[in-house]
Design a protein around this ligand. Structure first.
Ligand code: ATP
Ligand code: LTN
Length: 353
């Protein structure tokens, strides 16, 4: 594979500008596929919020992606509003970021189709998320074709807006690399059209693990609700889930490669309290898991309760969220339409220049 020249130097990320002097553009998405959990928050949303003043941002509720697995219309509609309220309650500021629903901007689906032509079957077959979600070969026969081309739609989402940076959790790295390959291939074939984006994956929190099994990532589609903490969980549920979280053998509160459960709990504690892991380890030295888990429960409750309060306010006035999404769609559509005029011309659709 050719050596890739990064389009955005990492040092530029701090200043928030590209070499050309324009502000860097951020795009990220989340599926309205269920309960937003602590992994989504620590791996993605919280980073979007912290960085949003520094960049030009688009945050997208990717409802077309959610249709890649069987979904009922009523559930999907409810999940879209819930996710919008969850993002706003977590601190996404519509004055600093465009928040919108993917299907409100038809250009995503159109670009996906055009990018299918420059994407190889073998590339998609190698995607680990597809392999994980399609199960073994037997079940893979029955999954939707949408699940297979899911990463192409994701690539369309990102490059439609010339995004430089894509802040995501670790599980999405392979999809962003494929996005770069697709953008590079389109550019090589049709002339420079797209910006190949960079993943923005933080060293901590990019892979929060399930509470009942620290070898698996915390996931919305998990069968047991005890495996995740939802941002909508009430305080007692949060305390109970943390209390029941599996721990490692031994009784020491210490993070280490052979202690995946404690490492995960310490990471959550550290990210939500702002304290270094070593400081936390020292505090609980010789005190055992009980005291640590009790305090961790409080740390999580403290972090989540203001989000819940804001969510309740948003839920009390549904017209406000609707207006924010309509405005976001309009602003996103304007950019997307401009880009698609160029793309159609490049591939030979339409009257030509
Ligand atoms: P599902 O488990 O149903 O696939 P999900 O929980 O992974 O869903 P997505 O909407 O696919 O949720 O992911 C939204 C964002 O949250 C992505 O940036 C993803 O990388 C991030 N993310 C998801 N799970 C975790 C996790 N356990 N730790 C850190 N980040 C995560
Ligand atoms: N595939 C992602 C969701 C997603 C996304 C995107 C993330 C769809 N489009 C564009 C970043 C940028 C997921 O499953 N987490």
């Amino acid at each position: 594979m050719a050596v890739r020249q990064a389009d955005v130097m990492v040092s530029d990320m701090a200043s928030g500008t590209a070499e050309t002097g324009r502000r860097l553009r951020v795009f990220s998405g989340m599926q309205p596929s269920g309960n937003v959990h602590l992994g989504n928050y620590l791996g993605a949303i919280r980073n979007w919020v912290v960085q949003q003043e520094q960049y030009d941002n688009l945050f997208c509720i990717v409802d077309l992606h959610a249709l890649s697995v069987p979904t009922s219309p009523d559930t999907l509609r409810a999940n879209i509003v819930n996710l919008a309220n969850g993002m706003l309650a977590s601190g996404i500021n519509p004055a600093a970021s465009i928040l919108f629903v993917q299907s409100d901007v038809r250009e995503h689906a159109e670009l996906c189709w055009l990018l299918n032509s420059v994407t190889q079957f073998g590339e998609l077959r190698r995607m680990t998320q597809f392999k994980d979600k399609s199960g073994g070969q037997e079940t893979a026969e029955a999954v939707s074709a949408a699940l297979f081309v899911y990463p192409v739609l994701q690539a369309a989402d990102i490059i439609l807006y010339d995004a430089d940076l894509v802040p995501v959790g670790e599980d999405q790295k392979q999809h962003i690399e494929l996005t770069r390959d697709i953008a590079d291939r389109f550019n090589a074939r049709y002339g420079k059209t797209f910006v190949p984006p960079q993943p923005d994956i933080k060293p901590q929190g990019a892979r929060i693990m399930a509470l009942d099994d620290p070898t698996k990532k915390m996931s919305k589609s998990a069968t047991s609700p005890n495996s995740y903490i939802a941002l909508a969980d009430d305080a007692d549920t949060i305390r109970r889930k943390i209390k029941r979280a599996v721990t490692d053998s031994g009784g020491e509160v210490r993070g280490a490669p052979d202690k995946p459960a404690l490492t995960n709990l310490l990471t959550i504690y550290s990210l939500l309290s702002g304290e270094e892991i070593e400081v936390i380890e020292e505090r609980y030295a010789g005190r055992g898991y009980g005291a640590f888990k009790q305090d961790l429960g409080e740390v999580v409750v403290q972090a989540i309760s203001p989000i819940q309060q804001r969510r309740a306010e948003l839920e009390a006035d549904p017209s406000r969220t609707r207006a924010i999404l309509a405005d976001g769609a309009e602003r996103a559509r304007e950019q997307a339409q401009r880009k698609m005029t160029l793309v159609r011309e490049r591939v030979g659709l339409g009257p030509g220049a």
